[in-house]
Design a protein around this ligand. Structure first.
Ligand code: SF4
Length: 473
């Protein structure tokens, strides 16, 4: 019997996908980070925090919530696939110095923004649980003393099971964290050895059990396909073990071989990486397994149980996307703390110094460490709205655009809409005469490619010699 995924014959999918395996943004922001410039500095960020720009360029149809992001950059050892901004260290003094500096940064942001209550907080890294349980509490209360959390707030953290203890879990629950995301990647010993990340499944299972028993409401696993030595069979074994644990959400990321950013990836022999067609088969097999196991496809690389908030947000079209990925409660503003963190305010983006020492110096000198950013133009705001609808809702209703921006969607984006014909032919999207777009399941997998049609900066970015973005598949 012919296998199918998303109701489409597997062979047809395997014929379509390679044609769309191109470099493209993940659209956690629009415009994307390469567009931002260092003309945007500390004073601009302060003004944006104070809300001046909100009056000038409101985003239609949005609420006034606040999300917080905290970047903890430390890790104990380097995973060879990793392209994150992190500092590998075993020195105890580095986290202590970090905590002192972030206290100054939080205080400076609070002074600029005035009092606000947050509905969401997320910690990423690095490895946030590289901090000791007491340091976790100190950092959490530093942030929430300045920006109190709403009663029903979603408070989530990324953890590395290799360094996260039962005491960490207890400290996190005491603070109020209610979602935990575990880096799992792959369970096969040969793959783990190649990526320099030995993490027995028992360690992962134990952490999930302790987290659930202590009251965490949601558990997410991150998996990666395309790693050295992975085959369809080996990744199927990984999935057997993962699905036994029944995480509430799954993220299935494509390994991005970006040796010009992550130099340690040069240690991977190209011959040991699965070829393009094997990689594609691994991904499709994984999707089949997730759907069979009852997960819903949220879009791009996210899956969730039907009762999970992400699934519900997809259904009632409240799903949002920001630097933390797909999210349910993000409001207009996201404020980031820590080195390399990004803030998304109503009409601007701001990023802090990426290098840890530069971040310490900048915060020490001025309280804030803004190194670059971008003021959104009216055109940016409109395109961000369009890209956000496609990426998160899978539906773009022309009448909603017209209501928000007071002009015809079909007229405003006439040239972009003409470029969508191949996507219609390949069953990625459906289109209505008024310009409305429905992204079909296969299109949700390739939604970055559809969204790229509306990116006004991309053509210029694609002229450069070095690729700026990872591959879409
Ligand atoms: S623990 Fe996470 S952030 Fe740290 S090196 Fe490994 S993958 Fe990168």
């Amino acid at each position: 019997m012919a296998r199918d995924v998303f109701g489409l014959d597997l062979e047809r999918i395997e014929e379509i996908l390679p044609r769309y395996a191109i470099e493209g943004p993940r659209y956690t922001s629009y415009p994307t980070a390469p567009v931002w410039t260092d003309d945007f500095g500390v004073e601009d960020y302060k003004r944006e925090l104070a809300g001046d720009a909100a009056a000038a360029a409101p985003v239609p149809g949005e609420g006034d919530g606040l999300s917080l992001y905290v970047h903890v950059p430390f890790c104990s050892s380097l995973c060879h696939f990793c392209a994150c901004n992190r500092v590998i260290t075993s020195k105890a003094e580095l986290p202590l110095k970090y905590l002192d500096t972030i206290e100054r940064e939080v205080a400076a942001v609070r002074e600029a923004s005035g009092p606000r209550t947050a509905s969401q907080q997320h910690w990423g890294g690095g490895t946030p649980t590289h901090l000791t349980p007491d340091q976790v509490k100190r950092l959490f209360y530093t942030v929430t003393d300045a920006f109190p959390m709403r009663e029903d707030a979603e408070i989530s953290i990324e953890v590395d099971p290799r360094v996260t203890t039962d005491e960490h879990v207890a400290a996190l629950r005491e603070c109020g964290f209610n979602r935990i995301s575990l880096g799992v990647q792959d369970i096969e010993p040969k793959v783990q050895e190649a990526i320099h990340r030995i993490q027995p499944i028992e360690q992962t299972r134990h952490l999930v059990e302790v987290s659930r028993a202590s009251g965490f409401e949601g558990v997410n696993f991150d998996l990666i396909y395309g790693l050295p030595y992975q085959t369809e069979e080996s990744f199927s074994r990984t999935l057997d073990r993962v699905l036994e644990i029944e995480p509430d959400r799954l993220a299935l990321y494509s390994y991005a071989h970006v040796t010009w950013i992550a130099k340690q990836q040069r240690g991977f022999e190209k011959k040991d990486l699965p070829g393009a067609s094997t990689k594609l088969r691994i991904m499709l097999m994984a999707i089949e397994r997730f759907l069979e196991a009852g997960y819903r496809f949220i879009g791009l690389d996210h899956f969730a149980k039907p009762e999970d908030e992400l699934s519900r947000a997809l259904e009632d079209r409240t799903l949002r996307r920001n630097f933390m990925g797909h999210t349910t409660q993000a409001g207009v503003d996201l404020i980031g703390f820590g080195p390399s963190s990004i803030s998304e305010l109503r009409a601007s983006y701001a990023q802090s110094q990426r290098n840890l020492d530069d971040w310490h110096d900048a915060v020490g000198a001025r309280g804030l460490a803004t190194m670059r950013g971008h003021h959104l133009t009216r055109d940016d705001v409109e395109r961000r709205w369009v890209i956000g609808r496609l990426m998160c809702h899978g539906v773009l209703r022309a009448e909603e655009y017209e209501e928000a921006f007071g002009q015809s969607f079909a007229t405003r984006f006439a040239s972009e809409l003409q470029k969508l014909d191949p996507f219609v032919a390949d069953d990625l999207i459906e289109r209505a005469p008024d310009g409305s777009i429905v992204v079909l399941p296969l299109g949700r997998l390739l939604v970055r490619v559809v969204a790229m049609t509306f990116d006004a900066y991309l053509a210029e970015q694609q002229k450069g010699e070095k690729p700026m973005f990872s591959k879409t598949v």
